[in-house]
Design a protein around this ligand. Structure first.
Ligand code: GLN
Length: 501
């Protein structure tokens, strides 16, 4: 058993240093995040507005990732669509700013409930159920659910043909509610998926025979060659509205209604709708290389964020790993207990659950919104830190205790012995595991796509959400990960050989 008295005596200082380190990192990360709900922003110059209480403020608004023609990415990666154009026009006329968070439908509603955003605009139907927890604007579009099947499927034409089959609908959507409401009667099962693009892929792949989605969205998808065809008449559905949490952000809601009324009166509303709904001609798909070229800017942006999250997380994880790794080999039961508890919690729960917890759960419990990068880095660093702890512990323990004893008996102090004799040998042993953890953490950043962190996988999802070329886009994304990881692993190995000879 190793004796580590100096560490114990100095642990107060270590804690203080760690606390300071975290404070600085999270302050840096938190810039613009914690205040995302409503920060005063410079009012647009020259806009004459009445006093509605929203002028000059910036509101975080969540939306669906892919709900063309209401929200989707254009060729250059900008969020466009009826919802986006309406919201931007209203924000402009009412003198406020918006920060759009493209999260996915279900995640957008969760983000609103956890006060991560001030409102949701996502082709969101005004239903009685939802009115219990949200306040809605005036309706701006009348919708309804419809059923589509694969283009080459001639077997399914009515609900009755679904007997014994599986269909898909978006999690938490009116389409899902409708499908479930008739599932018993027609004898089919409903599988919920997160976004429209994935649902269409599921049908094309034959995993589901049909999809239930809002009719304008299905119609738009079909016009864009999404591989489906519509087979039923549309069901009477609810209208879309902009939502805020019940009793909150009433001035924003009012400003939305005022702005919407103005757009309807001055014809801009019709113009926006026509821009997107009149577009029914089928667009031809470009070549694979064209796709690579088109998606490159967005994917590079994603890759950059992937690297930022990886580097920040690993830096913090390393500190955590060293700290708790030494705790684990310390003589103190309490320190070992702390380190063991930490490791078992973060190694014993899935990363995805941790990400949801830090981004949606914690803010809901504390009432304090959190920036997505901050939540992502907290998740990844705490998770990787747990593995790093074990790497450090293993590294130290694998150095023969005789080494420390020998060094001590030569008259070197404990600290010097550790520093000059034990740690260098341990580091050598630990390096391959560190490189391994680095690769794992880099790949784990892709899980942050679910909380809307715009890293590489998220960018890929955004792209195939609007062009429906899932397979090819994923191939490009996977190739990028592979190239980057191969280069970085090669580099780390070279460094390892150089310094750990
Ligand atoms: N209109 C549907 C709903 O509110 C679907 C919305 C969406 O998928 N973005 O449930």
């Amino acid at each position: 058993m190793l004796r580590l008295p100096p560490l114990r005596r100095r642990s107060g200082g270590t804690f203080a240093a760690l606390a300071a380190f975290f404070t600085v990192v999270f302050m840096l990360l938190g810039i613009g995040g914690a205040s995302a709900l409503s920060v005063p922003a410079p009012a647009a110059a020259g806009t004459a507005v009445q006093h509605t209480g929203v002028e000059g403020k910036k509101f975080a608004i969540a939306t669906d990732t892919t709900f063309a023609p209401f929200e989707f990415r254009d060729g250059s990666g900008n969020l466009v669509g009826i919802d986006m154009d309406l919201l931007n026009a209203i924000a402009k006329s009412q003198g406020f700013e918006v920060d759009i968070k493209s999260l996915g439908f279900d995640a957008a509603l969760q983000a609103l409930q956890s006060n991560q955003v001030a409102g949701v605009i996502a082709g969101m139907s005004i239903t009685d159920e939802r009115k219990k927890i949200f306040d809605f604007s005036d309706p701006y579009f009348d919708s309804g659910v419809q059923m589509a099947v694969a283009k080459n499927d001639d077997a399914i034409k009515t609900y009755a043909d679904l007997k014994g089959k599986s269909v898909t609908a978006k999690r938490g959507s009116e389409g899902e509610t409708f499908a479930k409401s008739i599932a018993g009667k027609y004898g089919f099962t409903v599988k919920a998926l997160a976004d429209s693009a994935t649902m269409y892929d599921d049908v094309k792949a034959g995993n589901s025979v049909a999809v239930f989605d809002d009719y304008p969205v299905l119609a738009y998808g079909v016009s864009q060659n999404n591989g489906l065809k519509i087979v039923t008449e549309k069901e009477q559905g609810s209208s879309y509205g902009f939502a805020v949490n019940k009793g909150q952000n009433q001035d924003l809601l009012k400003a939305f209604d005022t702005g919407l009324a103005e757009l309807k009166a001055n014809g801009e509303y019709d113009l926006i709708l026509d821009t997107y709904l009149a577009k029914t001609e089928v667009t031809e798909q470009g070549s694979f290389f064209q796709l690579v070229a088109d998606s490159f800017p967005a994917l590079m942006k994603g890759l950059w964020l992937t690297m930022v999250a990886t580097v920040l997380s690993l830096a913090i994880a390393l500190v955590l790993g060293v700290l708790f790794g030494f705790f684990k080999v310390s003589e103190s039961k309490i320190m070992r207990g702390i380190a063991t508890t930490y490791v078992s919690i973060f190694r014993g729960t899935p990363l995805l659950v941790q990400a949801f917890f830090f981004y949606f759960g914690l803010p809901q419990m504390t009432g304090q919104p959190i920036n997505v990068l901050t939540a992502g880095v907290i998740t990844l660093s705490l998770n990787a830190g747990a593995y790093m702890t074990e790497i450090v512990r293993g590294g130290i323990q694998s150095v023969d205790p005789g080494q420390l004893e020998a060094s001590r008996s030569l008259g070197l102090s404990y600290v010097t012995s550790m520093r000059r004799v034990v740690v260098p040998q341990a580091v050598k042993i630990m390096t391959p595991s560190f490189i391994n953890q680095f690769v794992i953490t880099l790949k784990d950043t892709s899980l942050l796509a679910v909380i809307g962190f715009a890293e590489l996988t998220y960018q890929g999802q955004q792209i195939y959400a609007s062009n429906f070329r899932t397979g090819e886009t994923l191939l490009i994304v996977a190739a990028l990960y592979f190239i980057v990881i191969s280069i970085l692993t090669q580099l780390s190995n070279v460094l390892d050989r150089k310094f750990n000879k």
